[in-house]
Ligand binder design. Structure first.
Ligand code: HEC
Length: 131
């Protein structure tokens, strides 16, 4: 399955819509809430700086899908092209099996606010998004 690239302005709008604008005064608070949610929900399988059950997340926003060199991705995820951005992460976290049928990640986050907070945290551990 191919993830189609979106125009940069749409990406920026998606990020803004998710409440992730780095300039926002509440961003720091959102990030700490997102960090707590990340640790609670994702921390069993992922960490920011080391591969565990799942691949490490440092730099994931702006990173090519399935591109951590020493992580053993499923063929399903290796078949997904494109780059992770906030919108794609939101789709992924709703249902990874819909994005990459057969992926090794069986976990989803149903609450949109939780997803936005977690993605905000992932943005914070990634290189600044180019606009
Ligand atoms: C039960 C274990 C598990 C949990 C919990 C989990 N993941 Fe994963 N995740 C994985 C596995 C395994 C993969 C690798 C999938 C593959 O290769 O098909 C993965 C892959 C990913 C990827 C793709 C990374 C890349 O390098 O392309 C992202 C993004 C991701 N997970 C985000 C999250 C987030 C955010 C959470 C918490 C909301 C989370 N995951 C919770 C197991 C998990």
């Amino acid at each position: 399955m191919e993830l189609r690239p979106l125009p940069t302005c749409l990406t920026a709008m998606a990020i803004a819509a998710l409440g992730l604008a780095i300039a926002s005064p509440s961003f720091a608070a959102d990030v700490s809430a997102g960090k707590a949610l990340y640790e609670a929900k994702c921390g069993g399988c992922h960490s920011v700086d080391a591969n565990r059950v799942g691949p490490l997340h440092r730099g994931v926003v702006g990173r090519k899908v399935a591109s951590v060199p020493d992580y053993d991705y499923s063929p399903a995820l290796k078949g997904v092209t494109g780059t992770w951005n906030a919108e794609r992460l939101d789709t992924w976290l709703q249902n990874p099996q819909a994005v990459a049928p057969g992926t090794k990640m069986y976990f989803s986050v149903d609450d949109p606010a939780d997803r936005a907070a977690i993605i905000g945290y992932l943005v914070s551990v990634s290189a600044p998004v180019k606009r």
